[in-house]
Design a protein around this ligand. Structure first.
Ligand code: GLU
Length: 472
């Protein structure tokens, strides 16, 4: 088997922000494709935009990818046969290939000033022509080159039709004569995205490029560069955009859609991975294990229409995974979301009691809050506690609780039955004030669990406040 026969995919983020849903989906699909074909998955950091790139974003992306379980075979932190996996460290390589293109006449130096390019653009626009470079420096002779201007390097785009088979869109064709000679190296000697990506994908022997549809217009330009350099062209698959619930494209601007935020909000890795699997791919099964996703992943089932990232659907999935997670693991995860360290055994019981009402780990932590310190009474709870019958009710409850040695599910039932008889109250009128007084909220876990988790001492203490007239 030659190296070229081995499937090699890559994820090539620009470290200009946190990993967001769109990029995470790209990483996942490349990872799944590589794993499905027992190939390699490569991480490359595209940090040529020095102004916007930050090392802290690179670390954050790496951290999120690892948390998602999308580990790579070669990358900036583990190296590999290409040695450098950050574009900022590959400047000399781009220079070498740019020189090759200059030597073969496929590229040329362009000295046009910003002013000239602006005038050209304005003129074209006023004549209704799409703006593009007019090729003026293509035929510039050595002696005509200005000495005081740092040139850019432009690719001499051949007049031809560029056709390729896309993994999602099938057969596509572009007329290169509309492109204009694009810049491959800037006047600051920094390679542009279209050039660096081609050199890197070719030298890293990438066989398949799965990326967002926003790159579709770059692909024919990149193919022309491969042809000019006589390098193997990878197969492309362009994934349709991911839209928000409002049908506008999700973008890095929406913090909510970053993996970092989803992690902080207590979503599970499996829930996120599963939701990503359903964004543009139809795996034919609702809940997939990662191994099932690897086994099933094919380009054939990739969709051509945009998909919607829906936080409500993610929450539903997450809840299903939460149900499958054992309590010990949940204790570990919940601890990261709690402000206070709690005894393991108590926490385990508490999580057992609240987990059915939670969709995320953060939900679990929030549901536990009333048991951790003094309750914070919200407006609705205060309103209920101000109702006329409440003082009498809580006094009766206090007396019933006093009679019990310990609070358990059974003693709770007993207490509530007696209370019903003593006070003549029922349903919401009976239960809401108790919930409000004990937790400060009107929603939460089953009342019987509240009794058990608080224990007799705390219940007495919280009820006393009302009886002594000391309301929140
Ligand atoms: N750095 C590019 C991006 O983040 C990668 C594009 C590509 O996959 O070719 O969009």
């Amino acid at each position: 088997m030659t190296a070229r026969n081995q499937t090699r995919t890559r994820f090539a983020p620009s470290p200009t922000g946190h990993l967001h849903i769109g990029n995470a989906r790209t990483a996942l699909f490349n990872w799944l494709f590589a794993k499905h074909h027992s190939g390699s998955f490569i991480l490359r950091i595209e940090d040529t935009d020095l102004k916007r790139s930050e090392r802290s974003y690179e670390s954050s992306i790496i951290d999120d990818l690892k948390w998602l379980g999308l580990e790579w075979d070669e990358g900036p932190d583990i190296s590999g046969p290409s040695n450098h996996y950050r574009q900022s460290e590959r400047v000399d390589i781009y220079k070498e290939y740019a020189e090759r293109l200059l030597d073969s006449g496929s590229a040329y130096l362009c000295y046009c000033t910003v002013e000239r390019l602006r005038e050209l653009r304005e003129k074209q626009q006023s004549n209704g022509i799409p703006p593009r470079y007019d090729g003026r420096c293509r035929a510039l002779r050595e002696m005509e080159r200005p000495k005081d201007i740092n040139p850019v390097i432009r690719f001499a785009v051949p007049e031809k039709e560029v056709s390729f088979i896309d993994g999602v869109h099938e057969s596509l064709s572009f007329d290169a004569s509309t492109f204009g000679d694009f810049i491959i190296v800037g006047s600051d000697m920094v390679a542009t995205y279209n050039f660096a990506v081609v050199i890197d994908d070719a030298l890293m022997k990438i066989t398949h490029v799965i990326r967002g549809e926003d790159h579709l217009s770059n692909t024919p330009r990149q193919i022309l560069l491969y042809e000019a350099l006589d390098m193997d062209i990878p197969l492309y698959a362009h994934l349709p955009l991911i839209l928000g619930p409002d049908k506008t494209p999700l973008s890095k601007r929406y913090g909510m859609a970053s993996i970092k935020n989803l992690r902080e909000d207590g979503f599970l890795r499996d829930g996120i991975i599963n939701h990503l699997c359903h964004l543009g791919w139809s795996p034919d099964k609702r809940l997939l294990s990662i191994q099932e996703a690897v086994d099933k992943f094919t380009m054939k089932r990739l969709s051509r229409s945009p998909s919607i990232f829906d936080i409500a659907a993610l929450k539903r999935l997450n809840r299903d995974y939460l149900e499958q997670t054992d309590t010990d693991t949940l204790v570990k995860m919940t601890r990261l979301h709690l402000k206070k360290d709690l005894p393991y055994a108590w926490l385990k019981d508490a999580i057992r009691a609240v987990r059915g009402d939670a969709r995320t780990i953060k939900d679990i932590a929030l549901l536990l809050e009333p048991f951790l310190g003094e309750p914070v009474y919200n407006e609705d709870a205060i309103k209920v506690l101000e109702e006329n019958h409440v003082k009498m009710l809580l006094k009766a409850l206090f007396e019933e609780v006093e009679k019990k040695e310990k609070l358990s599910v059974d003693s709770y039932k007993d207490i509530v039955n007696n209370l019903r008889e003593v006070t003549g109250k029922n349903g919401k009128q009976l239960l809401m004030p108790i919930r409000a007084a004990l937790t400060g909220r009107l929603r939460g876990i089953e009342l019987e669990n509240i009794f058990v988790l608080l224990g007799k001492e705390k219940v007495i203490e919280r009820l006393k406040r009302y009886i002594t007239g000391c309301t929140p």
